[in-house]
Design a protein around this ligand. Structure first.
Ligand code: C2E
Ligand code: MG
Ligand code: MG
Ligand code: MG
Length: 279
């Protein structure tokens, strides 16, 4: 980072570093600029009730509107931002934007926001969420926070206390990418999640891989026993959608219903009274 790497000052000057270190320094500097210039945009992808076809929730997915590279997906900068304090600034921007956008939607549609474990630890998450809800006027019951089990791997007590406090406020907590990490079942016992999201790797094996059927069936049954809703991620075709609906999976999310879209292109999904996009 340069001496001028302060707020709003954007310079890239890193001699005598090898290529990889130089690339990291450039990305770091560019991300700092992006935060200062508010170059991030939030897209929304619907999560659909598989019984009624109604849109229940919109998941906020951040993109970086890069001055020369175009719209950069989160996988290309979130992991990097997690190595510095930038993740908290980006995360707070997304949370505020998402709550502000959702405040204008029909009241039966919620917004889901991904929160990185590092963001969760760096900032006072409860105070941040409470302040943003207050400022945007969004009812707490319309916000879902999506976390991954890696959040629960360290500092479990402080984390659980924060999750409990958010829940007491009325915010729902979802366990994202379920089935991809370590000892997931332990985490299901440690916190009463409102929702489990089955990772798209399992959904995409429907019709191809009997083992994945067994796993999905089991997660859906488990969610039902634990009183948690279950959402399948990555639904791309009617076969997957029907299979999930048949076994009683509550919700689906994926390109079959819609890609993520900018906030001003959600009207047909949000249309009051209709709100139905399942085939
Ligand atoms: P995620 O939370 O599991 O979000 C779902 C990802 O799957 C999104 O990718 C979405 O575009 C993609 N997806 C949805 N339906 C389908 C489908 O049918 N097929 C396939 N192949 N993919 C589908 P995206 O937007 O690139 O986001 C990737 C990840 O980046 C997210 O995974 C989440 O972990 C993270 N992320 C996104 N926005 C934020 C954010 O604001 N904060 C944090 N901390 N992480 C974020
Ligand atoms: Mg998510
Ligand atoms: Mg996910
Ligand atoms: Mg995922």
């Amino acid at each position: 980072a340069s001496k001028n790497a302060g707020r709003g000052v954007c310079s890239v000057f890193e001699p005598a570093l090898d290529q990889a270190a130089r690339d990291r320094a450039i990305l770091d500097s560019e991300l700092r600029c992006a935060v200062a210039r508010r170059e991030f945009v939030v897209h929304y992808q619907p999560i659909v009730d598989l019984r009624s076809g109604a849109v229940r929730t919109m998941e906020a997915l951040v993109r970086w509107r890069h001055p020369t590279r175009g719209l950069v997906p989160p996988g290309e900068f979130i992991p990097f931002a997690e190595q510095s304090l930038l993740i908290s600034q980006i995360g707070e921007f997304v949370l505020e934007q998402a709550c502000a956008d959702a405040a204008a939607w029909p009241r039966d549609v919620k917004v889901a926001v991904n929160v990185s474990p590092l963001q969760f630890r760096q900032s006072n998450m409860f105070a941040t969420v409470a302040r943003i809800l207050e400022r945007t006027g969004l009812a707490p019951g319309r916000l879902e926070i999506e976390i991954t089990e890696s959040l629960l791997m360290e500092r479990a007590e402080a984390t659980l206390a924060t999750l409990q406090a958010l829940r007491a406020l009325g915010v729902s907590i979802s366990l994202d990418d379920f089935g991809t990490g370590f000892s997931s079942l332990t985490y299901l016992r440690s916190f009463p999640f409102d929702k489990i999201k089955i990772d798209r790797a399992f959904t995409q094996a429907i019709g191809a891989d009997p083992a994945s059927h067994a796993i999905i069936d089991t997660i859906v049954a488990l969610g039902s026993r634990l009183g948690m809703r279950v959402t399948a991620e990555g639904v791309e075709n009617a076969t997957q959608m029907r299979y999930l609906a048949d076994i009683g999976c509550n919700e689906g999310q994926g390109y079959y219903f819609s890609h993520g879209r900018p906030a001003d292109e959600l009207d047909e999904l949000l249309d009051a009274g209709k709100g139905r996009i399942a085939a």
